[in-house]
Design a protein around this ligand. Structure first.
Ligand SMILES: Nc1nc2c(ncn2[C@@H]2O[C@H](COP(=O)(O)OP(=O)(O)OP(=O)(O)O)[C@@H](O)[C@H]2O)c(=O)[nH]1
Length: 294
């Protein structure tokens, strides 16, 4: 019998490079919300991929950026503590963006995590010509001594399996870390909140995304379907009106989109009620961050 491998892998890179989309594509299910707005991911999400040659535990992390708030600082600390423990770090850069100082900084920082093997993934290859991709690959290969460099598109699925095949071989030899019928450590409660946040993120304008947080209040039995009550938090009174919209129109659209995702995850219909509430300047307040689960 061949040796089986198991261990932890994390994707790192600037915000919005496609880390969460790639994780979802690798496991074939949606455990991490994604959006066109940077800094969507706010916690380490674990998804488990059972591969013919072993088991990959994928830890999805927030994008690395210069922290401007206490929340930003906490997210960066979470990235550091997670990377200290993982077996493989996959550095991601999108093919359609120039490699910049932000990328160089992240790569230089990887030397702080000597335990992990490092690979580079060039994401979103569907967006560029072969010529441009070749140039990008050359540039990435000059940045560090990578164990592998793989171009991939999470959108078209191109090379997604190859990414898993390569990572599993780099993991230590050992037995499965999780029973093979578990797919994520995310609870349904976590996912409900994240689906509401994702729906809201897609609709609000530039400034607001960072101000949004969602908590689950309760799930109560209804006549024919459960009532799910969540709070959608903003930072200021003025933001409340934006999220609710004219005569509640925005909130209704958010609710409808979120309910669809939640029902598809749970496999049964629900009633969703969203209460918009203010937690004054929560990104900068230790007390408020605690209340919102950070
Ligand atoms: N064309 C194309 N777009 C992609 C691909 N992968 C991701 N995207 C898009 O890029 C955007 C960012 O994707 P995410 O997966 O949220 O990026 P992330 O790196 O996890 O972002 P943060 O959570 O902010 O760190 C989304 O709009 C995705 O739809 C891809 O392979 N091709």
């Amino acid at each position: 019998m061949t040796n089986r491998h198991s261990g932890f892998v994390s994707f790192v890179g600037r915000p919005n490079v496609g880390k969460s989309t790639l994780m979802n594509a690798m496991v074939g299910q949606k455990f991490a919300i994604t959006s066109s707005k940077p800094q969507t991911t706010r916690k380490a999400i674990r998804a488990i991929l059972n591969h013919p040659e072993g088991q990959l535990v994928i830890v999805d992390l927030p994008g690395v950026h210069r922290p401007r708030t206490l929340l930003g600082q906490r997210l960066n600390d979470l990235v550091t503590s997670t990377l200290t423990d993982v077996d493989v770090i996959a550095f991601c850069t999108p093919a359609n963006e120039k490699i910049g100082p932000g990328d160089a900084h992240i790569v230089a920082d990887l030397s702080r995590f000597p335990k992990a093997k490092k690979i580079a993934l060039v994401t979103k290859v569907d967006t560029v010509s072969k010529q441009r991709l070749a140039e990008h690959l050359m540039e990435v290969s000059g940045m560090a001594d990578w164990a592998e460099i793989v171009p991939v598109s999470a959108l078209t699925g191109d090379q997604v399996h190859l990414v898993s095949d390569i990572i599993v071989k780099l993991l230590p030899v050992g037995p499965e870390l999780y029973p093979d019928d578990i797919e994520t450590e995310e609870t349904s409660e976590d996912l409900i909140c994240e689906f509401v946040r994702e729906a809201a993120l897609e609709l609000v304008d530039d400034e607001l995304p960072h101000s949004l947080a969602v908590t689950l209040d309760e799930i109560v039995d209804g006549e024919n379907k459960p009532n799910v009550h969540v709070s959608l938090w903003v930072e200021r009174d003025s933001q409340k009106g934006i999220v609710i919209g004219k005569a509640g129109s925005m909130l209704r659209t958010i609710g409808a989109a979120a309910r669809k995702q939640i029902e598809s995850h749970l496999g049964y219909p629900i009633h969703l009620s969203i209460q918009v509430r203010v937690a004054q300047d929560w990104q900068r307040s230790a007390k408020q961050l605690g209340k919102l689960g950070f």
